[in-house]
Design a protein around this ligand. Structure first.
Ligand SMILES: [Ca+2]
Ligand SMILES: [Ca+2]
Ligand SMILES: [Ca+2]
Ligand SMILES: [Ca+2]
Length: 218
């Protein structure tokens, strides 16, 4: 009885992501009669972690009102990883930088970003931070994406007069239409610029004075 070994070698490039299962049929035949036997050889390619998570875009841009309550959803960040499941489970975190992680947090499994405190257009009209996706392979592979949050204004500030009390004197001989004084107020809300209007609410029952609603001049 003779026996030879039929060794199977790899001569091409294997790639789990392209083909991870090969089924070979191998013949053993004798040269004399041509009689043969066949056997099936199944080869499973083992995955290695050779693909990093991939974001479909370079930047997530979001617009959010400063009125949204704490815990509001900002964005749903998602990266794909083409490795086998054991090397493709992606977790997310925000790179700590400046004060951004005090305003936002991310669910590491779902990639959903939430606000963690009230936004304030007047103080921080823009937030920029980086989210990192880390896969579950060994060693772990990562990729980054930039998140840009533009905060939009709402009317959350009252107008403020430049002074608590205005005082002036005027001659009793002043004629109708004479200038008395001008009051002025400011408002931190951008949406209120040029929209302030002035009116006298009391003390003027006999209509002695008139105020210009736009300029605050009496
Ligand atoms: Ca991977
Ligand atoms: Ca792989
Ligand atoms: Ca206002
Ligand atoms: Ca505002």
């Amino acid at each position: 009885m003779f026996s030879f070994t039929g060794v199977i070698n790899v001569v091409g490039t294997l790639d789990y992501e392209t083909n991870h299962l090969y089924s070979l049929t191998v013949y053993a035949s004798d040269t004399l009669t041509g009689a043969y036997a066949s056997v099936t050889v199944d080869i499973e390619v083992k995955d290695i972690n050779d693909i990093a998570p991939h974001f479909l875009r370079n930047i997530f841009q979001v617009e959010l009102s400063e009125a949204v309550p704490v815990g509001s959803t900002v964005a749903h960040i998602s990266a794909i990883d083409l490795d086998s499941p054991i090397n493709a489970k992606v977790k997310y975190h925000i790179v700590p930088e400046g004060n951004e992680t005090s305003f936002f947090h991310i669910d590491s499994n779902s990639g959903i970003i939430f606000t963690s405190q009230v936004l304030d257009y007047e103080r921080f009209p823009q937030h920029n931070f980086i989210v990192v996706a880390v896969d579950s392979g060994m060693p772990q592979l990562t990729s980054e994406v930039r998140v840009s949050v533009t905060v939009t204004d709402m009317n959350d500030n009252s107008p403020e007069f430049s002074s608590d009390v205005y005082q002036c004197t005027i001659s009793e001989l002043a004629e109708r239409g004479s200038f008395v004084m001008a009051v002025s107020a400011t408002d931190k809300d951008v949406s209120d610029i040029d929209k302030l209007s002035y009116s006298i609410v009391s003390g003027n029952e006999d209509m002695t004075f008139h105020i210009d609603s736009k300029t605050g001049e009496c």
